[in-house]
Write a protein that binds this ligand. Structure first.
Ligand code: THU
Length: 148
């Protein structure tokens, strides 16, 4: 597992801005909790996602999972270096939002494809927390476990 390089401050700001902008794309009529996620790859590509809820509540997809699937579909798999997340009721300053447990696992799968340990930038209205994915999901189960 190679450690992802420190992200340039301007790129970090742009990634956070992309996550906040992606909140507008959320389909969240049930929770009214809009989440945006922005993934940055080593080549500078940024791919976003937002949560997509379902009337059968448990089928709802989180923003990070949608972003990961979007990236894969667009051919961006190796080289995930950073992920910014923003969320809350639209227009209301919110608390820090970090990826849920399922999304940590989904992000770990994507990160494993390029052997990176992405920086997770969990943002709130007044506070930001940066943590490596390996700290949020220690001893992650992954593709290597299935190799014989
Ligand atoms: N949600 C996300 O999109 N990402 C997270 O990391 C936490 C939760 C979504 C799921 C649901 O649509 C809404 O936020 C409320 O839980």
């Amino acid at each position: 597992m190679s450690d992802a390089a420190a992200i340039d401050p301007a790129d970090r700001d742009a990634l956070i801005a992309a996550a906040r902008a992606a909140m507008a794309g959320a389909y969240a009529p049930y929770s009214r909790f809009h989440v945006g996620a922005a993934l940055r790859f080593a080549d500078g590509t940024v791919v976003v996602g937002s949560n997509f809820e379902n009337a059968s509540y448990g089928l709802s997809l989180c923003a990070e999972t949608v972003a990961a699937a979007n990236a894969s579909q667009q051919g961006h798999r190796a080289g995930l270096v950073a992920v910014a997340i923003a969320g809350g009721p639209l227009g209301v300053p919110g608390a820090v939002v970090a990826p849920c447990g399922r999304c940590r696992q989904v992000l770990a799968e994507l990160a494993s494809l390029g052997h990176t340990d992405p920086l997770i930038i969990a943002t709130g209205a007044h506070e930001t927390v940066d943590m490596r994915l390996s700290a949020l999901l220690p001893l992650a189960f992954g593709p290597a476990n299935l190799r014989t």
